[in-house]
Write a protein that binds this ligand. Structure first.
Ligand SMILES: C[S@@+](CC[C@H](N)C(=O)[O-])C[C@H]1O[C@@H](n2cnc3c(N)ncnc32)[C@H](O)[C@@H]1O
Length: 222
């Protein structure tokens, strides 16, 4: 089930314009091939947040073919991106897209399980005095958001924004009556654990927003 009214969503999506023709074409391609990418509403929300925050270093979990990473870097408001993807085939496509867009030198793509890549990053940045990332976008490995959060903490600091997408998971997170198939129960329970954790954690301010498929925006207090 959609978490927002369909007519309202259609209206909001009607206001959407791609950042540039390259991204417009890439979105069409991804949608026609059923490759999951950020919704138009989430794209606009994130680009607005990046315009406000202008993060120097952004960490993304879940690259797919690189659509969202390309939006972020091509917005001109992000200095450098590190993006993590499990599937080799998708990594190859993402690399090609980064090359085509002429931004490959500003995006580091790490292939493998996100938790392993996060461990590698923690080791790499162990001795850096300031937080390595000022913006984190979690958009992969749905059942693992809380683990990802915990692994990310070494890489974040005061002022870091952490955004988790699909957090309401077709309304299923909000109520069991919306569960479509039984096997989603584990993911749903884990999404709830994530939300309980980040909304109660001292030193973190979190907003849960019914945009797209639900988004949680957390900021580490300074
Ligand atoms: C929703 S897609 C990402 C879409 C992308 N952020 C965009 O909007 O263009 C989620 C991605 O997470 C990847 N993924 C799933 N489990 C993962 C894991 N354990 N480690 C790294 N990536 C993972 C999937 O292969 C998939 O490509």
């Amino acid at each position: 089930m959609k978490i927002t009214d369909e007519k309202v969503t259609e209206y909001i999506q009607g206001l959407y314009k791609p950042l540039n023709p390259f991204l417009g074409q890439l979105r069409k391609e991804a949608e026609s091939r059923n490759i999951p990418i950020i919704s138009k509403e989430i794209e606009r929300l994130l680009l607005t947040m990046l315009q406000i925050q202008k993060p120097e270093r952004l960490l993304e979990i879940g690259t797919a073919i690189g659509y969202s990473a390309l939006c972020f870097i091509m917005s001109g408001n992000v200095g450098h991106i590190t993006t993590l993807e499990l599937q080799e085939k998708l990594c190859n496509e993402a690399s090609t897209n980064f090359e085509k867009a002429g931004v490959a030198n500003r995006i580091r793509l790490m292939q493998g399980d996100a938790l392993e890549s996060l461990k590698t990053l923690s080791k790499e940045f162990r001795n850096t005095p300031s937080a390595p990332f000022d913006f984190v976008f979690i958009d992969g490995a749905k059942g693992h958001y809380l683990k990802i959060w915990k692994h990310c903490m070494d890489l974040c600091g005061p002022g870091t924004t952490i955004v988790a997408d699909n957090i309401l998971y077709k309304a299923m997170t909000a109520a069991d009556e919306y569960l479509d198939v039984r096997r989603n129960k584990t993911i749903v329970n884990r999404m709830r654990e994530y939300l309980n954790y980040v909304t109660e954690l001292p030193g973190v301010t979190t907003a849960v927003l019914p945009v797209g498929d639900g988004i949680a925006v957390s900021v580490i207090e300074g």
